[in-house]
Design a protein. Structure first.
Length: 517
């Protein structure tokens, strides 16, 4: 099988956006070049990016959608898209203040009709999300001297869905695949996925745009490369006889890429002239004004939700990069984004926040040296759930689908429910597995123990050797948190320190020293 074309630029760290292995590329483009013909404008209806072809109900399941308001009263919102002649479309596009050429042709017209017709509800949703994401994206584009209209690529990529995930594992607003995200500096492991961090992912996308523009000097080709990789763009250029105009290499591009640039142009047009098409944006009622706090201790979303009286789903919406609902500030300073008023409340209640339910919510976590790769590697077993495939599971743990297949001898992507898979994860510096445990007390110490029952807790005895401790024999169903709750004045951390434990797993019959007072 022919080597993947993205190897053309690997030495320059110019990896393609989507295609990462031969198998994934075949699945992604779905036999891309087989349908290319001499006609430059084929129908795009029926072959859309997943973000636009998604079930509308699934797209609108997020917490943020519950906090949208109806279209504004002054806007005439209708279900019918009015007809306009081609000449009027051309005039409107010429008036758009854009650096990237807004070409108008039959294919672009079909894409406009798609957005303004069948996808009107998605456009309303995207206009509402634009209130939240576009100011940040524009700021990043401006800082990198990039055209402002590149923000509409996020519309095509993810429909501005903050947790979008494709069937091949591309994630976030900008739909980065895992290896490409890492090349552009995004941290991705079982704890954190910065592809879901809108700001960091936008910064990574800007780096890609700049590198591709240095290579091609044409924004349409930059966008095509973003979709299918520079290798496929270069192949199309060669097959067209050396043309470097998107519309001239169009027949030789992968099928999805042929619709990608027209959809971008149509998205820019419709979101600019939505009123003319009787599409009224829904508006975000959740706070679009946010602030960031640098957290330097471990913090669970549950602690924030309780003390700041926030919906945990809201915290997750503002901080989607934390996959286990833990801000790992104890490993490295970590950013927490909150609405402005909640950020002030965080500062006022900081000490209470970090101590609240700490032993309960963080009981099963143990920090390891994040700078030591060996400490961050863990082998876990995953049981396949309904609807999961190789790409979904790989994304869940921050590994590649290729590695997941190799570890388990898999050939395809489909998996049967209940199958056990071995996954070698990068825990990001925070392990949920137990570490080495100190063995039970030596026999001499056991002999000196006075078996005096403690009335309140069956299984506990007073340690005669050290009256500051009570000995406790672990029973079925016990946990460090449950044991600590039985004894006022102690905690999970104190029990761990007293017994030399680095994790939270216990075995039945194990004897623990429980600190007193």
């Amino acid at each position: 099988m022919e080597k993947k074309c993205y190897l053309f630029l690997i030495s320059l760290l110019l990896a393609p956006f989507i295609s990462l292995t031969a198998q994934e590329n075949e699945e992604h483009v779905n036999g891309t070049l087989s349908g290319a013909g001499s006609q430059p404008y084929d129908s795009i209806v029926g072959f859309l990016p997943e973000s636009l072809d998604a079930d509308m109900h699934k797209l609108l399941e997020g917490w943020h959608v519950k906090h949208f308001s109806k279209p504004e009263e002054f806007c005439e919102d209708e279900d019918q898209n009015p007809y306009f002649p081609d000449s009027l479309y051309r005039i409107r596009m010429q008036k758009m203040p854009c650096i990237i050429p807004m070409t108008y042709n039959e294919t672009v017209r079909k894409c406009i009709d798609l957005y303004a017709g069948r996808l009107r509800n998605i456009v309303r949703y995207m206009m509402g999300m634009a209130d939240f994401y576009f100011p940040m994206i524009e700021q990043k584009l401006d800082a990198n001297a990039l055209p402002m209209e590149l923000k509409y690529l996020a519309v095509v990529e993810s429909a501005l869905n903050p947790i979008a995930q494709s069937r091949l594992g591309a994630s976030g607003l900008w739909q980065f695949m895992l290896p490409t995200g890492k090349i552009y500096g995004l941290e991705i492991n079982s704890l954190i996925d910065e592809r879901l961090d809108p700001e960091k992912a936008t910064e990574a996308a800007c780096k890609y745009f700049k590198e591709m523009y240095e290579l091609y000097g044409d924004w349409h080709l930059v966008m095509a490369a973003y979709n299918c990789g520079p290798g496929n763009v270069n192949k199309a250029i060669r097959r067209s006889g050396g043309n470097t105009d998107f519309w001239k290499i169009y027949p030789w591009l992968p099928r999805e890429t042929r619709s990608y640039v027209p959809l971008f142009i149509a998205a820019a047009y419709v979101m600019t002239y939505h009123c003319e098409h009787n599409i009224c944006p829904i508006r975000a009622n959740f706070s679009v004004a946010t602030d960031t706090i640098m957290v330097e201790r471990a913090l669970h979303f549950g602690q924030i939700a309780d003390i700041l009286q926030m919906d945990k789903e809201a915290i997750r919406f503002y901080n989607p990069q934390y996959k286990r609902e833990i801000v790992p500030g104890n490993i490295r300073p970590s950013v927490l984004r909150l609405p402005v008023d909640r950020a002030f409340a965080f500062i006022e209640n900081e000490d209470t926040l970090f101590s609240h339910r700490m032993d309960e919510l963080l009981a099963n976590t143990t920090p390891v040296s994040a700078d030591e790769p060996a400490n961050r590697k863990e082998k876990i077993t995953h049981t396949v759930q309904t609807g999961e495939n190789v790409y979904i599971i790989a994304n869940l743990y921050g590994v590649t689908a290729q590695n997941l297949r190799r570890w388990n001898g898999l050939k395809g992507s489909r998996l049967s429910k209940g199958r056990k898979l071995s996954v070698y994860i990068d825990n990001g510096g925070l392990t949920f597995a137990s570490g080495k445990k100190t063995p039970p007390p030596a026999s001499s110490a056991v002999k000196n123990r006075v078996e005096t029952p403690v009335a309140a807790n069956a299984g506990a005895t007073v340690d005669a050797q050290n009256r500051n401790y009570i000995s406790y024999k672990v029973k079925s169903g016990d946990s460090l948190y449950a044991i600590a709750k039985k004894y006022p004045g102690t905690s999970v951390k104190k029990i761990q320190d007293a017994n030399g434990l680095t994790g939270t797993n216990l075995r039945i019959g194990q004897v623990l020293k429980i600190p007193q007072g």
